[in-house]
Design a protein around this ligand. Structure first.
Ligand code: IPE
Ligand code: IPE
Ligand code: MG
Length: 231
């Protein structure tokens, strides 16, 4: 029996978050450049999105580019941005066909203008889709997000729009970039690293963490289903 058949559909996570890691090592293992690993990783994203649609996962959030990733060599950063642009444009039609809505979190305005524009465009043309929300975390870090939320609340206090006592879990949550998303029940990290690397710190207070040795470009829906069975 495959993992898909073992999934208890009454205990399906509503929201799965994934730290997609190991692209560079995957490429290196084959004597190729790191960028080849990132390109291959896109195929994994496509398969995982379709796997989520297949079994009825409502929210999928993937860590695609962290604030810290800006410190990588400029050629790798540029290649990742190019890949982001080509992927969202190439996939717009498939997202619509699969009834998937594209969403993004992170410091989006720090991305190259073409990324910002194309992202906004594909988000708009997939806006009415209801089966699954795919959120790309781009130039994202949880500490950045928490500080941004803190600044917004502090500003509201200064302007006397709210009182200090109005700051609580709900009002704080409402300022996060994930305000419209439920908290993930399951977070997966590939490639054998057992850390969170500044992803969704606030939101994972009660999230189950699942680590696998599989490198991201090898990760397919069968691996996702295995993680869900484990959950
Ligand atoms: C994850 O793979 C993709 C991004 C962070 C953009 P890595 O590029 O971190 O691959 P490894 O961890 O070096 O193998
Ligand atoms: C985490 O992977 C970020 C993304 C998957 C986008 P990294 O490879 O950048 O994280 P560290 O450096 O191993 O913690
Ligand atoms: Mg890595």
């Amino acid at each position: 029996m495959g993992f898909k058949e073992q999934i208890d559909i009454n205990r399906l996570p509503e929201h799965i978050a994934i730290i997609m890691d190991g692209n560079g090592r995957w490429a290196k293992n084959q004597g190729k450049f790191r960028v080849f690993g990132h390109e291959s990783g896109v195929l994994s994203v496509k398969d995982i999105v379709e796997g989520c649609v297949d079994i009825g996962i409502k929210y999928l959030t993937v860590y695609a580019f962290s604030t810290e990733n800006w410190n990588r060599p400029i050629d790798e950063v540029n290649a990742l941005m190019e890949l982001l642009i080509s992927t969202i444009n190439n996939e717009a039609e498939t997202l619509n066909k699969n009834n998937v809505r594209l969403n993004a979190i992170g410091d989006i305005k720090s991305l190259p203008q073409k990324c910002i524009d194309d992202l906004a465009n594909v988000m708009e043309i997939t806006d009415k889709n209801t089966k699954c929300t795919l959120t790309l975390a781009l130039s994202y870090s949880a500490k950045w997000e928490i500080i941004e939320a803190t600044k917004k609340l502090a500003q509201q206090v200064v302007e006397q729009k709210i009182k200090l006592e109005d700051i609580n879990e709900d009002s704080f949550n409402a300022q996060l970039t994930t305000a419209q998303l439920p908290e993930p029940e399951l977070m997966i990290r590939t490639s054998g690293e057992h850390r969170v690397s500044n992803f969704l710190l606030w939101q994972i207070a009660y999230t189950e963490l699942y680590f696998t040795e599989t490198l991201w470009p090898d990760f397919r829906r069968e691996h996702l289903f295995e993680a869900i069975v484990d959950y």
